[in-house]
Design a protein around this ligand. Sequence first.
Ligand code: FAD
Length: 414
Amino acid sequence: KTMAKFDIAIIGAGPAGAVAAKFLHDAGLSVIVLEATHFPRFVIGESLLPFCMNVLEKCGLAQTVVDHAPSAAFQFKNGAAFARGDQHCSIDFRDRFENDGWGTTFQVKRDAFDKILIDAVAKAGVDVRFGHRVINARLADGDCQLEFENDTGEHGTIHAGFVIDASGYGRVIPKLLGQANAATLLPRRALYTHVRDNITDTTYDREKILITVHPTRHDVWYWLIPFADGTSSLGVVYPQDALATDQQTDDTALFDRLIGETGLGPLLNRAEKTRPMGTIGGYSVSSDQLYGDGYVLLGNSAGFLDPVFSSGVTIAMYSAELAAKTLINRHHGHDPDWENSFAAPLGAGIATFKSYVEAWYDGRLQQIIFNQPERDLQLKRMVVSILAGYAWNMDNPLVAKTDRYLNLLHELCL
Ligand code: FAD
């Protein structure tokens, strides 16, 4: 069966798809969202950054998140804590370079969070179809067709002027177009679960993500992301090749051993796992073509760097804002310049995060974090800004010249 023509068809109802849909719908474009699964559905990526709250506010979804926070057990988040052996550092996102914008955010179970967002989008009037998996696309600006298969095996076609691919790890359009996805960083793997954490340590701060580094293997690190209901997300990230030499095949045993080798062992000694172990690898990829005739790629469909600074959802939402603005301008008769209104500005902030990630793994950033150059408060604020997701603010010298300043800070710490 063939369905009506929409201005925009969006593949995927995660944060990128939901935010893009809301911006576009509010600007008067007709939008349909096709989502393969039924929400709530699990996805990894539970610690948000304050910057993404600004995007949610601009498209009218921030209040929805705030209102649902108590019932959905979203954990108020104001910063990040880092631990490596007996070294500790705690940063508060509110101590950042900018004076305006959000300085706090939430840690969220993504099944609840993503559902709350897309339900609000549907309530606003967007046509959202769950159980609709996009299986083929014919793309040409002004005349696109998406073929889908629904839950009952029925096939259909959506006609739309333009297609937004927000399919996350599905990477629908890059795969259909046979686009190569270049690995951006060394291949790493993550093992993760949820726990009822039963943490009794009164010095433990639930309002911060805790990033722990293995005491001797500084390229192995862990996240502990508490939620407001006494549960936490717990994960470990390690180089894909390195631990294979351990001949360790059982993920659960590897996970438990790695946790036990850090301060997380005693902190979580009463923890009980509440979901099966998950694993994901090969996630650090990027598309060399972020837009083309009749389509644009958002969020993880365009690429993903690394989980260490929790930048994924923030990048996904900001990519949605930039793409939506470009499409809204086009709707008002302005020729779109995808390079200068989307790819280049988005890429600038991603490059900032990438420099941070590289400096994390080569040791410079860990050196900076664990030997805080407290003496220069302004420099510290510049660092904190990026950790809070303000990676696109060119007024911050650490954004404009990330590598140069990271090297300078590193020298200050030696
Ligand atoms: P998604 O949230 O993945 O949504 C895509 C949607 O598209 C899905 O619902 C999917 O079902 C749907 N879809 C897929 N294929 C099709 C199809 N053919 N047809 C229709 N629908 C389809 N990010 C953070 O911000 N904070 C973190 O703490 C964090 N931790 C992470 C830890 C790890 C180990 C990894 C690998 C990533 C982490 N991330 C984190 C990144 C985060 O997972 C993603 O960046 C984020 O989910 C991207 O959102 P999205 O909207 O692009 O895609």
